[in-house]
Design a protein around this ligand. Sequence first.
Ligand SMILES: Cc1cc2nc3c(=O)[nH]c(=O)nc-3n(C[C@H](O)[C@H](O)[C@H](O)COP(=O)(O)OP(=O)(O)OC[C@H]3O[C@@H](n4cnc5c(N)ncnc54)[C@H](O)[C@@H]3O)c2cc1C
Length: 444
Amino acid sequence: MPDDARNRSIPAGGDVFAPGFKDTPYWWEAAPRATAVPAAPPPATDVAIVGSGFTGLNAAIDLARAGRSVVVLDAEDLGHGASTRNAGYVGQTLKHSFRDLQNSRGDAYATAVYREMKAAFDAVAERVAIEQIDCGFRQGGRLILCKSRRQYDDVADEFARRKKHLGTEFAMLSAAEVRAEVPSDLYMGGLMVPSLGSIHPGLYHQGLLDRARASGVTLIGRTPVTAIDGDPGSFRVRTTMGETRARDVLVATNGYTGPLVPWLQRRIIPFDAYMIATEPLDPATVARILPHDRTYIDHVHDIISLRRSPDGTRLLFLWRTGTRPTTPREKGARLHADVSRIVPGFARLRIAHSWTGRCAGTFDLWPHLATHRGIHFAGGYCFAGLPMGTYLGRKAAARILDKAEAKTVFADLSFPTVPFCAGNPWFVPAVMRWYGMQDAWQSR
Ligand SMILES: Cc1cc2nc3c(=O)[nH]c(=O)nc-3n(C[C@H](O)[C@H](O)[C@H](O)COP(=O)(O)OP(=O)(O)OC[C@H]3O[C@@H](n4cnc5c(N)ncnc54)[C@H](O)[C@@H]3O)c2cc1C
């Protein structure tokens, strides 16, 4: 990279977008999406999987290696969904805190659930290690940033409980210690969890695709599944290119869930998340803003996150999840202004990528592994889909294979819906505004 590109900065009032700006994920630079050719699926298969993200591919690999014939179908290019668009945070946290679960269901239940969150994290680490996927996975730690004493005490209490029941190590950081990590005056302290990780999600996905192909999975992109009829043991899976008969079907469409299975669509709340990445920077500039290669997250409901790219040459920022879509340039400029208020040093850096992707929430804020009329489903990850997609994709495979290790707390839950919501999450911006108000109050 030429030095002048590394050191370019925005003059006051200048354009925040770098020359050659792209509205596609930064991750696609190292792991570009191959243009898929629509194709007819084979006339019959043991398992048909709808969706080629982390969930679908992790399931496909296990099923193919267990001797099943597997076809994965995606409406777009393979890996078009959130799996190659996310922030690459590999965590162990649910929307339900350990404390809330203790209070509502007792110590044993809270511990069982959070043991599975750890198992989901380990599922990523294990997949990457055993398959030797070169995707920058590392356990560099996560720092949770607190603006107020209320937030600081809240997160300290949550992790004291996790330490007692699960052994999770953590450290409380003073304002000065936080400032040595993130040059911002907004934070009065923070909590560091050294065991949490990060990954290059594009390269992780690419590794899964390669392993699935090598395991004999038939991978078909740009071929939407349009209907699933029939009964367990004999499904008719129709696509725009023809149909296949499948003994089992797994729907792994998460935030991209459409009307294919109306029962599922009524239970999934899709919402958009937004990210920006700077142009390549001098490593000294990156190190001045984030001296350590960790993941940073604000202690708020409305996730704000900042990290380095795995190669240390860029900064990546995420916020404004669930807000109304605009153009990538408009959203990118907004995020640039946001991050510059948090970390003033960002203000002079240009954006090379601004992109979006679809996540999925559920009405009970739990991820789910479910079976309805014989069709299996895993998703509704509420922002933890990198570990949970890996984990529940593998659990779904075990369920189809009728193995004992299919057992998980995420399959034991009822899967609620509410009237008048299918495919039209009109209430999401209002919910995010409500979270924003709560966050503002808790930040005082
Ligand atoms: C910007 C952003 C940041 C995020 N950050 C994080 C993070 O840091 N950590 C984390 O844990 N999670 C994060 N997430 C969430 C995480 O990325 C997702 O939960 C996860 O990737 C879901 O994987 P999946 O395989 O279930 O679905 P996806 O990867 O979304 O794949 C679903 C696929 O289904 C296909 N599809 C839909 N309908 C059909 C049909 N009818 N026929 C054929 N194909 C169909 C779609 O084309 C799509 O490719 C983030 C998400 C976004 C968008």
